[in-house]
Ligand binder design. Structure first.
Ligand SMILES: C[S@@+](CC[C@H](N)C(=O)[O-])C[C@H]1O[C@@H](n2cnc3c(N)ncnc32)[C@H](O)[C@@H]1O
Length: 209
């Protein structure tokens, strides 16, 4: 994702995870909710952070002793992520420079958790269903998915080729999962140029049967 896209994300009410001083912001609520649902002592396990960005969620997983594969198509984001991770976590972290569209060819392990915070909608619509089918296969039985979808009324910028979903779409995508949390939030947000954007974010945590 380029700088313009990151700026757009910030202006739509889900700012990127970097704070001004280079420290990472708090992990996403969906990730924290999902982690609470795993039984100790079975967790921590192996997590895939899809569209990890600069790594706020990756760091949370590492801090909780998970092993993490962090995937992003933006080399700059991955380079920044690597500078943010404490050295003592590095043996449990793998980074992959990969687009969602290439995931099926990537020969991944299966995961206890797939986390996709504000990233899935950037998979192009033509590739989304194939990509999602692959995500489903990458999650072990009793493993979890957590992340965000953009609802149909989300103001999407055409140049980002964003994939939007209705609630019906999302429940269909989650066939084979027990939906443990699903929240939709819509709001209007004034933009610096005087225009208004409508943000429609659907947050999900789900366990695979
Ligand atoms: C809005 S940022 C979210 C970053 C982080 N997960 C968070 O919660 O702040 C979206 C991330 O998805 C990545 N991304 C966008 N399209 C992608 C694609 N097709 N394949 C892989 N990563 C992609 C971007 O590079 C960016 O790091």
């Amino acid at each position: 994702m380029n700088t313009l896209a990151k700026t757009m994300i910030a202006s739509q009410g889900h700012p990127g995870p970097q704070t001004g001083n280079g420290a990472l912001a708090a992990p996403r609520k969906t990730l924290v909710a999902a982690l609470q649902l795993f039984d100790a002592p079975a967790a921590p396990g192996l997590a895939l952070d899809l569209g990890c960005g600069v790594g706020a969620d990756t760091l949370e997983l590492l801090n909780r002793s998970w092993n993490v594969v962090a995937v992003d198509s933006d080399p700059e984001a991955l380079a920044t992520l690597l500078t943010q991770m404490p050295a003592h976590h590095m043996s449990r972290l793998t980074t992959r420079l990969l687009a969602f569209e290439e995931l099926s060819a990537a020969r991944m392990a299966t995961f206890d958790l797939v986390n996709a915070s504000f990233s899935l909608p950037y998979c192009p619509p033509a590739d989304f269903n194939g990509f999602w089918a692959n995500v489903g296969q990458l999650i072990r039985r009793n493993g979890r998915f957590c992340g965000h979808f953009f609802g149909l009324s989300h103001t999407a910028r055409a140049e980002f080729n964003t994939t939007l979903h209705s609630l019906v779409d999302i429940y269909a995508l989650l066939a084979g999962f027990e939906v443990e949390m699903l929240n939709g939030v819509e709001k209007d947000q004034p933009q610096p140029d005087g225009s208004m954007k409508h943000s429609h974010i659907i947050s999900v945590v789900a366990r695979k049967y």
